[in-house]
Design a protein around this ligand. Structure first.
Ligand code: HEC
Length: 91
C-alpha cells in the first residue's frame, strides 16, 4: 500500500518520462488494483476478448471505472502499455 501511494504521487512526473518507467507504473497499478476479480490468466486465456490495442485501452478503462478509481488518461495508457508489452503483444 505504501508503494502504491508513492506511485500515485509520482504519476504526474512519470507522464512525460520514457516508456520503461511508464511500464513500471502500469505494473504497479495493476498489481495494486486489478487482481481482486481476475488474475493475469484472463489476459492470456485462449478465447480472450480483447483483439486490438484500442479494445485493450477501452477494457482497461471499463475495469478501472467498475472499481471507481478515477485514473488519469496517463494511468490508463501506462496500464495498456504494460498489459500489451507483457501479455497481448499488439503492434
Ligand atoms: C470488479 C471486478 C473487476 C476488476 C476489479 C477488474 N476487472 Fe478486468 N475484467 C472483469 C471482468 C468481469 C472481465 C471479463 C471477463 C470475461 O469476459 O470473462 C474482465 C476482463 C478484463 C480484460 C480483458 C481480458 C480479455 O479477455 O482479453 C482486461 C484487459 C482487464 N479485465 C483489465 C483489468 C484491469 C487493468 C483492471 C484494474 C484496473 C481490472 N481488469 C480489474 C472484472 C474486473
Amino acid at each position: 500500500m505504501k508503494r502504491f501511494f508513492k506511485t500515485v504521487a509520482l504519476v504526474p512526473l512519470l507522464a512525460t518520462t520514457p516508456p520503461l518507467q511508464a511500464a513500471d507504473t502500469g505494473k504497479a497499478l495493476v498489481d495494486s488494483n486489478c487482481t481482486s476479480c481476475h488474475g493475469d490468466a484472463v489476459y492470456t486465456r485462449e478465447n480472450r476478448r480483447v483483439k486490438t490495442i484500442e479494445a485493450l485501452n477501452k477494457q482497461v478503462r471499463r475495469c478501472e471505472l467498475s472499481l471507481g478509481l478515477k485514473w488519469f488518461d496517463a494511468d490508463i495508457d501506462a496500464v495498456t502499455t504494460y498489459l500489451n508489452d507483457n501479455y497481448y503483444h499488439f503492434k
